[in-house]
Design a protein around this ligand. Structure first.
Ligand code: ATP
Ligand code: MG
Ligand code: MG
Ligand code: MG
Length: 479
């Protein structure tokens, strides 16, 4: 099955169980001071769970664009290191608002995976919440009993609060969860080591695919839990991981969600992903980051110097740095990946087509200016080298390069090494720690640079100064 077919089959399945198919909410969150970006399918239903709003229907399903780059769920640093955590990913979900509960949620999850998608049931493990005394929460025996209809007891694991009590952030609706994991390892390896021992161990081939959350509580600002007025179901399945399993590959990047983007990066750079491990990692990082950047811009979040815009700017620069230093791409190129995204994802997310021109122009502009900064950084590094008499370059100076010019430290050490010089890494790291603390404080701040783009805006992008008048941007400010 292709990715498109898998997405559609998911939605069709829940439609057949009387769910209304609803669109994804924007990836940027405008009016919630506790959240910069949508980090789970349930975000848009928060008020319905809390009892503050009527849900559109008692049962809904969708695929939600998620971004996990800040706050409680931050996977940015995993990207490039593992093959199943992305910045932007799609979360397939089905919800019940005070309608069905654990029994149906579990039965349908099983039916979909085993009967519809034909996953090998011998490779599936499930987890249930073991309870938590400090919060006065009991173990989820109901969920366990419903699972026992489908799986044997030795495939059911107990999980602690960290893994089996789902929370959106520091506040909001939450509840015990039951997760489904899949063992992708070959038969010989499965015989040697029981897959059960690898669940929740961050094993690259024993991966979590689906989280069924039984929403029963609200975490209040003071940290206490209160019962919600009704019991709800909130599920989230990683679409790219599901595609990996169904398509029989070992990495999300080998599914057709990513291969068209990676092929385009290969064409543009004249390099192959098989050239070296470093090349492969760089291509994965770029393929991942371009999705995050493109969808954030399409939803109105432009790169900027603070709040959510700064997060997007940093993701874009991270991708540019990999391209510059590993793929030798010294000219803007990322905007040339947007057409691929539009043709692969435009069916499910039409905004990527309607905003294509804007997205391309913003990215090209941003890349151009960052590449200029990189060039300036190179010159500054030359000066530093000239002015230094020792063979070790001061970490504080290297940090200044990184901080002011966005000049990557790995590039600094590479250049230094080529010239027989060393970097004072400890000095650099110390400065970095100071800055990390600062930016942690910054992401806690509410955003002040939200923009809403007219739905049909395709005007020519001239630059940031004139952007507001040409694209009719309305500014919102958090209150
Ligand atoms: P993990 O333990 O792998 O980090 P999670 O427990 O943080 O996942 P949930 O919050 O339970 O994830 O989200 C529901 C599902 O979304 C997960 O079961 C997984 O399939 C998928 N998912 C979560 N984070 C990512 C990510 N960064 N990239 C791709 N898919 C993800
Ligand atoms: Mg996680
Ligand atoms: Mg998990
Ligand atoms: Mg989970």
């Amino acid at each position: 099955m292709t990715a498109k077919e898998i997405r559609q089959a998911y939605l069709d399945f829940f439609k057949s169980k009387n769910h209304e198919v609803v669109p994804s909410a924007p990836i940027v969150v405008k009016n919630d001071p506790t959240l910069l970006f949508t980090n789970a399918g349930m975000n848009q239903f928060k008020d319905a769970f809390l009892g503050n709003a009527e849900p559109k229907a008692a049962r809904v399903t969708d695929t939600q664009k998620c971004l996990r780059v800040s706050g409680k769920h931050n996977d940015l640093e995993e990207v490039g290191h593992d093959t199943y955590h992305h910045t932007m990913f799609e979360m397939l979900g089905n919800w019940s608002f005070g309608d069905y509960f654990k029994e149906d949620a579990i039965a349908w999850a099983w039916e979909l995976l085993v009967d519809v998608f034909k996953l090998d049931s011998d490779r599936i493990y499930v987890t249930v919440f073991e309870g938590d005394e400090s919060e006065n929460l009991s173990s989820d025996d109901d969920a366990k009993n419903y699972w026992l209809k489908w799986v044997s007891e030795d495939r059911i694991l107990n999980g602690n609060k960290k893994d089996n009590f789902w929370e959106m952030g520091d506040q909001g609706p939450c509840g015990p969860s039951s997760e489904i994991h899949f063992d992708l390892r070959p038969q010989e390896e499965r015989e040697k080591v029981d897959g059960k021992s690898l669940v929740n161990m961050d094993h690259p081939e024993v991966v979590e695919i689906w989280n069924l959350v039984f929403m029963e509580f609200n975490r209040k600002a003071d940290g206490s839990l209160e019962r919600l007025p009704a019991q709800h179901v909130d599920t989230g399945m990683g679409f790219e991981r599901l595609c990996m399993i169904i398509q029989g590959v070992r990495s999300n990047y080998d599914t057709d969600v990513f291969t068209p983007i990676i092929s385009q990066i290969e064409r543009l750079s004249g390099k192959k992903k098989t050239d070296s491990e470093k090349t492969l990692v760089a291509m994965r990082v770029i393929a991942d980051h371009i999705r995050a950047i493109a969808f954030a811009i399409a939803d109105g979040q432009l790169p900027s110097n603070n709040g959510a815009g700064y997060v997007i700017r940093r993701i874009l620069r991270r991708a540019t740095r990999y391209a510059y230093s590993v793929l030798d791409l010294k000219q803007p190129f990322m905007h040339e990946l947007i057409a691929v995204l539009a043709s692969e994802m435009g069916d499910a997310f039409p905004e990527i087509i309607s905003q294509q021109g804007l997205v391309e122009n913003v990215i090209q502009e941003e890349e151009t200016s960052f590449l200029r900064t990189l060039e300036q950084g190179l010159k500054r590094l030359d000066d530093i080298i000239e002015q230094t008499s020792s063979t070790t370059i001061d970490g504080v100076k290297a940090f200044e390069l990184y901080d002011t010019f966005g000049f990557p430290v790995d590039l600094t050490s590479l250049i230094l090494r080529e010239r027989g010089l060393d970097l004072d890494q400890a000095g650099f790291d110390a400065e970095m720690t100071v800055q990390k603390n600062r930016s942690r404080a910054a992401t806690k701040m509410s955003t002040d640079d939200w923009v809403e783009i007219r739905k049909d805006a395709r005007e020519e992008f001239i630059g940031y100064d004139s952007l507001q008048s040409t694209v009719h941007i309305a500014k919102y400010r958090e209150v």
